[in-house]
Design a protein around this ligand. Structure first.
Ligand code: ADP
Ligand code: MG
Length: 332
């Protein structure tokens, strides 16, 4: 197997928080391991609060894991000295959901997109203008926006500015955390097309984080499904979408009916209810309180993420229960 460009191993992140009943620990990321191959797009999906952004921050080394490791090109991020950390900042960039929040409103667009070049001394005064022009062209913005300020731009244009900043140093990996979630649907498609074109042109690797399954299915080579800080299913995107093995993935897709065990009148039942608070993680399988498949073992034993015949890995005690699955299909 080739060395993945970005790799997480058993990542855990918990925060100390105050609650009405006193201080507590909130586990935002419980146990995440993933491998991102160079040149691919790795998707992370899940409902709000499941730990996607925290995972992004850990991958970016913006947050230190409580335990576990992140490796970039085989090198443990926790071991980097300051100089190597600077190099990593060049190679590993991010695009967030809300570009306005991360753009200094006093700066012009030209200043904003060349800021990374100045900070990393990658550009001289003489070449900054040309660099700005080149970046604007790469992200499909007219030259005229160079002297404007972020507030004078549309949401889609601002996201193009954020993308220009992210590619300015010619990184190898960009983490895109809900990059189009704040945009109108028509604008979303334009930004996604831009990301795809830039990937081809610049040989980029993406981690693409979204709550939108359709986007992930369309864009990603592999897909990971998160639930309450855990990866519950992971694999090649085709396999995850065509043969989901975790009831939570099935619920998200809600195309496949979820089987009901030991029931005389099986029917299509979708898991209902709220995602439990990460402050009170259920024992056993984190999904069991919402899962129609749940048995005694699910309440007591955490299912490991393991390979299934479909080529996905799934963290469900019944991921390989052919009878249950066949029965459900026959009854559906
Ligand atoms: P997502 O991006 O999937 O919506 P997040 O990673 O932002 O999820 O959050 C996961 C959980 O961690 C949430 O319950 C959130 O409230 C909590 N969380 C995130 N950051 C912090 C923090 N700095 N301090 C305390 N809790 C946090
Ligand atoms: Mg988020």
């Amino acid at each position: 197997m080739p060395t993945p460009i970005l790799e997480a191993e058993s990542l855990v992140k918990s925060y100390r928080v105050r609650t009405p009943s006193g201080p507590a620990r909130l586990t935002a990321v419980n146990d995440v391991s993933l491998r991102v191959e160079a040149g691919t797009t790795y998707g992370i999906v899940g409902e709000s609060g499941c730990g996607k952004s925290t995972t992004a921050k850990l991958l970016l080394n913006l947050e230190r894991p409580t335990s576990g490791t992140v490796r970039f090109d085989g090198v443990d991020l926790a071991q980097l000295d300051r100089r190597r950390m600077r190099e990593l900042r060049r190679d590993l960039q991010v695009v967030f959901q809300d570009p306005f929040a991360s753009l200094n409103g006093r700066m012009t667009i030209g200043e904003l997109i060349t800021e990374p070049l100045r900070v990393h001394r990658r550009s001289s005064r003489a070449t900054l203008d040309r660099d700005a022009e080149e970046l604007l062209e790469l992200v499909g913005l007219p030259l005229a926006v160079r002297d404007r300020h972020p507030r004078q731009l549309s949401g889609g244009q601002r996201q193009r500015v954020a993308i220009a900043r992210a590619i300015a140093l010619r990184p190898r990996v960009i983490i895109c955390d809900e990059p189009v979630s704040a945009l109108d649907v028509s604008v979303q498609a334009q930004i996604l097309n831009l990301l795809v074109a830039l990937q081809r042109e610049l040989g980029l690797t993406y981690v693409f984080i979204s709550h939108d399954l359709a986007l992930v299915r369309h864009l990603c080579t592999r897909t990971a499904v998160m639930y309450l800080g855990d990866l519950v299913e992971e694999g090649p995107t085709d396999a995850v979408f065509s043969d989901p093995r975790h009831p939570y993935t099935q619920m998200l897709l809600s195309a496949a009916p979820v089987p009901v065990p030991h029931s005389d009148r099986p029917e299509r039942v979708k898991p209902t209810g709220e995602v439990p608070s990460p402050l009170r993680r259920p024992a056993g399988c984190p999904f069991h309180p919402r899962c129609p498949l749940a048995q005694e073992i699910c309440r007591t034993t955490v299912p490991a993420l393991r390979e299934t015949a479909g080529g996905n890995r799934a963290a469900c005690h019944f991921a390989e229960d052919a009878d249950l699955r066949a029965g459900a299909a026959a009854r559906a």
